[in-house]
Design a binder for this molecule. Structure first.
Ligand code: URA
Length: 240
């Protein structure tokens, strides 16, 4: 890849304008591969270096991978004529790069939602063939019994006759359960628990693959994923 000026590398991430990037570089807040660089005209291969501003990783010119702590009340969509969506929380430069949610959480569901501009990544996370586990915590009416745990493990049939893959039901306490699923059907967790007479009153997604929701993110807050975290979602993703 051709070498690109550092101020352009930073501006291309959408984090700030080119002149703001120059200013930050001259103030000594920018490091390339851990070493401070104060010359905005210094050139690097953007695909080969790690650029930080005030110690924070910049979204590089490659793809964006974002973790959001989704609050209740937002649609998992890129736009909606009437109701707010998770994209409304994202900075404008990221929206311009075509960020979209990886799958859907219901409007009233909270917790871990990934957003990206990388269609191949999203496809692999969502494809039933990948069997990426998703862990939810649900507040339910009623109490889980051993028969329910066994029915989840055997592969539930929903009330409309839909067959589900085997899943894991873990009672946490009276009327609080964790459910791990390996596919993503419409309203899946609510429908699974309803099929066992445990209507859901609140639902939170805690984990996708091996990546847990970062507890330091308040609802509505987001941050970029590290390469290690990407690997926790899809092992081997970066080496392919
Ligand atoms: N299952 C549901 O029922 N709702 C969600 O938002 C996610 C999984």
């Amino acid at each position: 890849m051709p070498l690109v000026r550092l101020d352009k590398i930073i501006a291309d991430t959408g984090a700030c304008s080119r002149s703001q990037a120059r200013d930050r570089i001259r103030r000594g807040t920018v490091a390339v591969d851990g070493r401070p660089v104060t010359d905005p005209a210094a050139r690097f291969d953007p695909g080969q270096v790690r650029v930080t501003v005030e110690g924070e990783d910049m979204a590089g010119p490659g793809h964006l991978y974002v973790m959001l702590h989704k609050p209740a009340g937002l649609l998992s969509a890129t736009r909606d004529p009437r109701r707010p969506t998770v994209l409304d929380l994202m900075p404008e430069p990221w929206r311009r790069r075509g960020l979209f949610p990886v799958g859907r959480l219901d409007r009233d569901t909270r917790g871990l939602l990934l957003l990206t501009d990388d269609g191949a990544f999203a496809h692999r996370v969502l494809s039933p063939k990948s069997r990426v586990p998703k862990l939810y915590q649900a507040q339910v009416r009623g109490a889980p019994r051993q028969e329910d745990v066994e029915a989840f493990a055997a592969g539930l049939v929903l009330r409309d006759g839909t067959q589900c893959l085997p899943a894991r039901l873990e009672p946490v306490s009276e009327s609080l359960v964790r459910v791990e699923v390996f596919e993503g059907k419409y309203h899946q967790v609510k429908r699974m628990l309803a099929a066992r007479n445990m209507p859901v009153t609140a639902l939170t997604r805690l984990r996708i693959g091996g990546l847990w929701l970062d507890e330091s993110l308040a609802p509505g807050e987001y941050r970029l994923l590290t390469p290690e975290e990407l690997e926790r979602v899809l092992p081997g993703f970066l080496s392919k």
